[in-house]
Design a protein around this ligand. Structure first.
Ligand code: HEM
Length: 366
């Protein structure tokens, strides 16, 4: 066999090709300011991170897509999720580089960008779609009727960005749907969703857990009230705890949606009994998802603060309300709301109901 040909770094990384890409509309690097090269480079760096995010997310989604997810696959999913979080964490520092751009310097070239905006970043949309952000949650932009129509070229022709997003919209299930399906199948108190006993056992779990939960809230309320002297404060606090006491039952009832209810119970079950061998990795998965979404939200918040610092509250080049719009996305574009809600409803392990059929969750040999 012939010896492999030695490789040059620049050929493999394609450095020369890469370095020609930061001049925007200028013909050469000498015709463009340092500010603008930085502006383009930082955007490109983000687009590269988005590319990696998409790949990892697709890998994690694929692991949960099948009818059965092998235990030993879960650590691979956690690795993908953790890599995504690390990417967001690092990318979130990159806003600092953009913040070296002053308002005056940015205004020097901003007008050329009219119509072009991060709103047209197809890859960020692809990440959102694959993660599971549904269309009903989306905030209308303003000038465009939807995020999809904003991806058409200005001459109304189809664009590569539009093609990418349409491909993602057709690529199902989303990561969230795949996770929900996996949670739905999770045995609760050792009983899966399809057996004869399944409905009755789930109801028993809900009733037993709710009784423990109410006791915990009552205890906390009593302690809080005993250290609150003012009558008006006491009344306010009592009311608050009263509605907290009902919160678990409302959450688990899921407005009568039986599937959603079971998924929510599974989240609570895994978080509560996570020291059981067969629940330890599922719990790592859930925690990695929450951590990832937390950094996604920080990305949105951090972008908004950078934008406010550079352009104030003026209309964006994409035609949105600018910072107001971006702040709304940080608040409303949440995908795993139920996983966050479970944090509010968890109780200490010692106060939780005794586990039934615990042996089911032990490692099985052979
Ligand atoms: C001076 C720098 C920047 C300014 C002033 C700015 C401003 C804005 C504004 C005002 C919007 C809202 C849409 C609009 O009306 O245009 C927006 C959206 C967006 N920007 Fe930036 N941006 C900057 C840098 C960046 C960078 C470096 C990225 C990285 C890719 C980025 C990614 C995005 C994305 C993905 C959106 C869409 C957000 C969404 O709809 O959820 N921006 N930007």
């Amino acid at each position: 066999m012939a010896a492999p040909k030695p490789l040059n770094y620049w050929d493999y990384i394609r450095v020369e090709e890469l370095l020609t890409l930061q001049r925007g509309l200028a013909k050469s690097d000498t015709e463009i300011s340092n500010d603008e090269v930085m502006f383009i480079t930082v955007h490109q760096v983000f687009e590269l991170w988005f590319k990696l995010l998409l790949r990892e997310l697709a890998t994690a989604r694929d692991l949960f897509k099948g009818e059965h997810v092998a235990e030993q696959e879960l650590s691979g999913a956690v690795r993908s999720l953790k890599r995504m979080t690390a990417i967001f964490r690092v990318a979130n520092k990159h806003w600092e580089v953009m913040e070296t751009l002053t308002t005056r310097e940015y205004l020097g070239f901003r007008d050329k960008l009219m119509g072009a905006s991060g709103f047209q970043s197809a890859q960020l949309r692809q990440v959102e779609i694959l993660f599971g952000l549904d269309d009903a949650t989306r905030i209308p932009l303003g000038a465009e009727s939807s995020y999809v129509s904003a991806l058409r070229s200005h001459d109304a022709k189809p664009s590569p960005a539009l093609a990418r997003v349409q491909k993602s919209l057709a690529d199902t299930p989303t990561f969230k749907d795949a996770i929900d399906a996996w949670l739905f199948r999770t045995p609760i108190d050792g009983v899966g969703p399809n057996g004869k006993k399944s409905e009755r056992e789930l109801e028993r779990f809900v009733a037993r857990f709710n009784a423990c939960y109410e006791r915990v809230v009552e205890g906390t309320a009593a302690r809080a009230l005993s250290i609150t002297p003012a009558k008006a404060d006491k009344a306010r606090l009592a009311e608050r705890y009263e509605s907290e006491k009902k919160a678990l039952a409302v959450f688990l009832a899921a407005d009568g949606d039986a599937r959603k209810s079971r998924v929510r119970c599974a989240m609570l079950f895994i978080e509560t009994y996570r020291e059981l061998p067969l629940l330890a990795w599922p719990r790592e998965v859930l925690d990695a998802i929450v951590e990832l979404e937390q950094h996604f939200v920080i990305f949105r918040q951090r972008h908004a603060r950078m934008v406010e610092r550079i352009i104030g509250r003026r209309t964006g080049t994409g035609g949105s309300a600018g910072v107001d719009y971006l702040d709304k996305t940080a608040l409303e574009y949440r995908i795993f709301r139920d996983l966050w809600a479970v944090r509010t409803l968890q109780i200490p392990r010692a106060a939780a109901p005794e586990l039934e059929r615990g042996a089911f969750y032990a490692f099985k040999s052979g």
